[in-house]
Design a protein around this ligand. Structure first.
Ligand SMILES: CC(C)(COP(=O)(O)OP(=O)(O)OC[C@H]1O[C@@H](n2cnc3c(N)ncnc32)[C@H](O)[C@@H]1OP(=O)(O)O)[C@@H](O)C(=O)NCCC(=O)NCCS
Length: 183
């Protein structure tokens, strides 16, 4: 599916463009925003590569990766990054990732972003299951995924190498019948 567009009251999802590098770098290059993510802050060149790869992946058939810009509708500015990647070994399953610029935190945008991604995955892609993995200390992500209806499913032990050591991940997941409880 290309191009993807979806919107909620305050936010929109759209395809990433090469002109988004600076705004994505403001998030992926920020030590606070990436503190609990699986990687160290990215430099500008790395972000250029990520965005370029995402633009190429968006045009592939079949498409397995949806790296999307989260845009504040009122100002039209990119304030975040959301991603769904189809699971290679599970039919109709996908992993989800999301990150917002720290200046956008604390206004309910995190939950709105996750709901947009879930709505896209279940409605438009017809997925059965969507899951995300967070760092054990990432309370903001825990509450955000819980508020969007994602259930804590368990721990992947020593999942991520970060800061010179292994780190566990906590998995949150949601099924289509939980997202559409009355259908
Ligand atoms: C996770 C993230 C998207 C949350 O964004 P946000 O816009 O601040 O979240 P919201 O305002 O929608 O709040 C959602 C919930 O999280 C809680 N929350 C947000 N930040 C918190 C924090 N630092 N500590 C504790 N709880 C927090 C809110 O109180 C709310 O909980 P509630 O529904 O129980 O009241 C944002 O912190 C972020 O981008 N972090 C860096 C990237 C990241 O960690 N991504 C997740 C990868 S798994």
């Amino acid at each position: 599916m290309h191009p993807v567009t979806r919107s909620s009251t305050r936010l929109g999802l759209r395809e990433l463009a090469l002109t988004d590098v600076e705004a994505v770098h403001a998030i992926y290059g920020d030590p606070v925003a990436t503190q609990h993510l699986s990687f160290e802050p990215r430099n500008r060149e790395q972000v250029e590569e990520i965005v370029a790869r995402s633009v190429v992946a968006a045009a592939e058939t079949p498409r397995t990766e949806y790296a999307l810009a989260v845009v504040e509708q009122e100002r039209g500015e990119l304030i975040g990054f959301g991603r769904l990647a189809l699971d290679p070994h599970q039919q109709r399953g996908a992993t989800m990732g999301f990150a917002l610029h720290p200046q956008a935190w604390g206004r309910g945008y995190g939950v709105e972003t996750v709901r947009l991604l879930l709505g896209f995955g279940f409605n438009d892609l017809g997925l059965h299951r969507i899951w995300g993995a967070r760092a054990p200390l990432n309370v903001a992500s825990e509450r955000t995924m819980a508020a969007a209806g994602m259930v804590e499913e368990g721990v992947i032990r020593e999942h991520v190498m970060k800061g010179g050591g292994w780190r566990d991940s906590v998995v949150h997941g949601i099924l289509d019948r939980e997202f559409f409880p009355h259908s």
